[in-house]
Design a binder for this molecule. Structure first.
Ligand SMILES: [Ca+2]
Length: 158
């Protein structure tokens, strides 16, 4: 069977479109890796999670806190790093320079991001009191650190 010229052109256009998609995809992931360089995956730790603060944290979500520390010798920008739980809550950190040895606290509720404090704006309790896992990943999905607990307390040190 012979294709007419117009069908040939359509087929070429389709192939061209597929190639365009194939070439666009790697460019997008390259942009992501620029947001969070691979060096971000080293030296950043979740050191503590306050998962069951006093009161009912569904109404006071800022009392839930995740402590993220830079244990490396260099400042790191946390931009693009994602804090998540297994239930699908995700917080993509903004541009925030964390100096060597410094800690920033991520609250579950809303507030004004500033020195030492970031707000995930989930506006509800996220960290399960009966056990959960907090994960930090690079924007490229590489696991940076995680902190697990089985519950029964107020906080966990990792
Ligand atoms: Ca909780």
């Amino acid at each position: 069977m012979t294709l007419t010229n117009s069908r040939r052109l359509s087929a070429l256009a389709l192939v061209g479109g597929l190639l365009a998609v194939l070439f666009v995809a790697p460019t997008a992931s390259a942009a992501d890796s620029q947001i969070a360089p691979s060096s971000i995956t080293g030296g950043i730790k979740i050191t503590k999670v306050v998962y069951n603060p006093s009161g009912d944290e569904r109404y006071t979500p800022n009392r839930e806190k995740v402590y993220i520390k830079n244990v490396s010798a260099r400042s790191k920008n946390l931009r693009g790093v994602v804090l998540s739980d297994p239930a699908g809550h995700r917080y993509r950190l903004p541009s925030y320079t964390l100096g060597s040895g410094r800690t920033v606290i991520v609250h579950s509720g809303s507030g004004t991001n500033g020195s030492g404090h970031l707000y995930a704006r989930w506006n509800t309790a996220v960290w399960n009191n009966t056990g959960d896992t907090a994960r930090l990943k690079s924007s490229g999905g590489i696991l940076i650190d995680r902190c697990r607990w089985s519950g029964g307390g107020v906080s966990v040190t990792c």
